[in-house]
Design a protein around this ligand. Structure first.
Ligand code: GDP
Length: 367
């Protein structure tokens, strides 16, 4: 009987016939004692790959091939960073194929989250971005929440076709697929290596389905307008939330400032005293001060007290975003890749300083 080999990196059954399928290792690899599948091999060499700047055009070209297929497209979104994890121009890339949205990482949201409102907000955003999804499933791939619902929705909407799973890096696509395979086959653990660092999934990987069709894991698209893209792996551990976010509230009057680490500065310029609630990763240091001291503190303390980043010169320079609240309803100020700050419902002028290129937007409060 033939001996089965498994990848030392991820445990997948190894095969040497089909380079595009899961668990491929070249025949020469089988002569070694420590065998890695092609995918893990590449991930181990990530440092090397990462230093070559990734070419978004290559990714988009690959993605554009989906337009010529007849398939279901599943976009995995990081619910904590919805607009930052949206694939720009997805409606062009996938052509006429239907879209299913998996809004992932629900576990990061506080218990009080109004899921109905979140869902409404997702449909509205998708519409603004030119898409009308067939369905939105709110999942937590890490916890396994709503996995059955997600699988059922995929099965229902694919109508016997191939399924392309797309997403920007870090949305949780690999985690979702790992779990999906595990749930479907119940046999192996962590088939696809996941990682908290952007850009780990590099190949299109075909996972065969029972009816001869495939589930195709596409490369994660890197977006440079997220704050998280500027962080080192160590800093990401502080910036990207790992647990349910505990809201941190501050009663601010005008002429007060809060710093989110050394990354973001928020000046309450004008308005009545009101609350600002930060929904950012729990270990992130938040510093509050008078606005008159903010320049000095920023100058002296960025990279010291105000971290991350350890080295502020690595980040693009701060630019200001002036936000005017009309005082009608609570708003969220969303900083792509970091989280959001929920305002009170007072009329206000707020100035957000963020590294140039990082998206700062507002929306109706979702909590
Ligand atoms: P990919 O780049 O889209 O393939 O993302 P990964 O699956 O590698 O996940 C990126 C990071 O997000 C990893 O640190 C995961 O552990 C984390 N992650 C994935 N899914 C979830 C989820 O449902 N909740 C939380 N909190 N984290 C998740």
């Amino acid at each position: 009987e033939e001996k089965q080999f498994h990848c030392e990196g991820c445990g997948v059954k190894l095969q040497s016939e089909s380079p595009d399928h899961l668990g491929y290792a070249p025949p020469s690899a089988f002569e070694r004692e420590y065998i890695l599948c092609k995918r893990c091999y590449r991930i181990r060499h990530y440092g090397e790959i990462a230093s070559i700047s990734q070419n978004p055009d290559e990714y988009l070209k690959k993605l554009g091939e989906i337009a010529n297929t007849d398939s279901l497209v599943v976009q995995v979104i990081d619910l904590f960073d919805f607009s930052g994890s949206w694939i720009p121009g997805i409606h062009r890339h996938i052509g006429k194929n239907p879209l299913l949205i998996l809004a992932n990482k629900t576990d990061l949201f506080p218990k009080l989250t109004k899921w109905g409102r979140v869902r409404e907000w997702i449909y509205a955003l998708a519409k603004d971005l030119g898409m009308k999804p067939l369905d939105v499933v709110l999942t937590s791939a890490v916890k396994g929440t709503k996995m059955e619902e997600a699988i059922a929705a995929i099965e229902h909407h694919r109508r016997g076709k191939d399924v392309y799973i797309v997403g920007t890096t870090n949305a949780g696509k690999s985690t979702f697929i790992n779990r999906l395979i595990r749930d479907l086959e119940g046999s192996f653990e962590d088939v696809i290596t996941t990682s908290p660092y952007p850009g780990t999934t590099l190949d299109m990987i075909r996972i065969p389905l029972d009816d001869g069709k495939s589930l195709i894991d596409t490369p994660g698209i890197v977006r440079s307008d997220r704050l998280s893209e500027w962080m080192t792996p160590e800093e990401l551990k502080v910036v990207v939330p790992a647990d349910t976010v505990k809201p941190r509230g501050y009663q601010l009057q005008d002429q007060q400032t809060i710093f989110l680490g050394g990354m973001i500065r928020i000046d309450y310029v004008k308005g009545e005293r009101q609350s600002f609630v930060c929904y950012t990763s729990n270990p992130l240091y938040i510093h509050r001060t008078k606005s008159e001291n903010a320049d000095r503190i920023a100058g002296e303390q960025r990279g010291k007290l105000l971290v991350p980043p350890a080295d502020p010169s690595r980040l693009p320079a701060w630019v200001k975003h002036d936000i005017h609240l009309n005082g009608q309803e609570k708003q969220d100020i969303v900083i792509s890749g970091l989280g959001w700050i929920s305002t009170g419902s007072e009329k206000a002028t707020i100035r957000v300083w963020a590294p140039k290129g990082v998206q700062v937007t507002t929306r109706k409060a979702i909590i």
